[in-house]
Design a protein around this ligand. Sequence first.
Ligand SMILES: [Zn+2]
Ligand SMILES: [Zn+2]
Length: 478
Amino acid sequence: MSSVPPTAKEAAAFPDGTTDYVPLRGNTSAKVKNHKTRVHISEVPMTWTNWPQHMNWLNCTLVVLIPMVGFISAYWVPLQLYTAIWAFVYYFNSGLAITAGYHRLWSHSAYKGATPLKIYLAAFGAGAVEGSIRWWSYGHRVHHRYTDTDKDPYSVRKGLFYSHIGWIIFKQNPKAQGRTDITDLNEDAIVVWQHKNYIKCVLVMAFAFPCLVAGLGWGDWWGGFVYAGILRVCFIQQATFCINSLAHWLGDQPFDDRNSPRDHMVTALVTLGEGYHNFHHEFPSDYRNAIEWYQYDPTKWSIWLWKKMGLAYDLKQFRANEIEKGRVQQLQKKLDQKRATLDWGIPLEQLPVIPWDVFVADAKNGKALVAIAGVIHDITDFIKDHPGGKALINSAIGKDATAIFNGGVYNHSNAAHNLLSTMRVGILRGGCEVEVWKRAQFENKDITYMNDSTGNRIDRAGTQVTKVVHPVASADAA
Ligand SMILES: [Zn+2]
Ligand SMILES: [Zn+2]
C-alpha cells in the first residue's frame, strides 16, 4: 500500500496534540458524531436490568465463552503427545508475536523489522486473538501515556480484576479514554491490512491453521482445534492480561515508585519476559525488558537472534548510565524514607539561641547541660549510662566540652556523636560551628550541609555538627 490510508486524512487534530482514533471500518464520520453526543452506557450505573447492555458481547465471546467451550470439549478430546508439543510451540510463537511484535515493535518502535519478520508477527499475532495490531498498540500507547489515571484504558487503580479483564468484557466509554498518536501505524501497510482483514486473519490463524497442522500432520483434527486452537488462545490471552494486572501489582520498583508498574520474575515467566515492567515503563523504547543476563526475557533473546539473522535492525537500548541513574535515585529515595523514621535530634534551626551566661547559670541551678561545638545538650538522663563513668561526664557540666569530647579526654565514636545529637536543647550565642552555619543560612550563602528529599539534614558519619577535627579551646573565646 503506497498511498496514505484514508484514516490519516480523516484523523482530526486533538487539543492535546495527538490525532483521534477513528475506526477504519464503517461510516466513520457518522460514528464520530454519534460518540460525541450520545450518553454512553458506561455513564449509567449497572443494574439487574441493564447489565446485558454493559457487556461487550463480542469480547465476552472471544475471551470467556469460546475458552469455556474449549475446556468443556477437552473432556471428549484426549490430548495426544504430538498435539501437546504443537500446542506449546504455537503458544510460544503466537505469544512472541504479541510481545516482540505487537508490543516492542509496533507499540514502542524498540527496533525495526524486515518485511518477512513483520508478516510472521502480524499473522501469528492475529492467532493470539487480542485485537488488531492497530487497536492493541493504540490502547497500549495510551496506557503508557496516562498510566494509572482515568484515561488509562486498563488502570490498575480501578482494581486488579478491572485491569486484567474487566476493561475488555465491559463496554468502555471512548470519550473517557486518553488519546495518542498512531500516524506511523496508519502508514504501515502490514498493520493497516491486518486491521482491515482482522476477522479473517483470526479465523485462519487462531483456529484453522493449528487444526490443519495437527490434522494433516498426525490426523488429530479435533485435538489441533481444541488444544492448539482454543485453549492455546485462552492461555495467551490470560498471560497478556497479566501484564496489565499482575505487572502493575506484584513485585519491586527499582527505578521509580511513583506509578504502579513493577518487576517480578513470576510475571516474566508467564509473559515471555514482559514482567520487568517497572523497567519497561521507565525505558519503554528499549528492546529489552530484562537487562540482567540471568533474568528471563525470551522476547529479548528472540529479537537479538533475529538481528543476527538479518531480520531485525536498529535495536534501541538506553545507556547503562541512564538506567543506573534511575536506580540510584530510587535507592536514595528509599534511604531518605528510612532516614526520616529515625531520631536525629531537633534540627539546629529550631533550637533556641542561649547566651553563655544563661547556660552557665542554668547548669549551676542543677540542669545537666554540656556545650559541644556551640550546641547545648541536656545529658540528665544519660549520666548514669555513660560508658566512661559518671565522674568524667559530670566534670563537663556547665562547660564547653568540645575539646574533651573530641579527643581531649576521649575521642568519641560516631555512634556517640549520633546519640549526643538526640540530647541537644539549644545553641550557644557565639558558639563557633553552629553560629557560622546559621549566619551562612541567614545570608543565603552556599551551605555545605545537604538535605535529603524529606527535607532533613543528612548527618553522615563524621559530619555531625559536634564533630570537630581540631577542637577549639573554649566557645566563649570565639
Ligand atoms: Zn504497563
Ligand atoms: Zn509497553
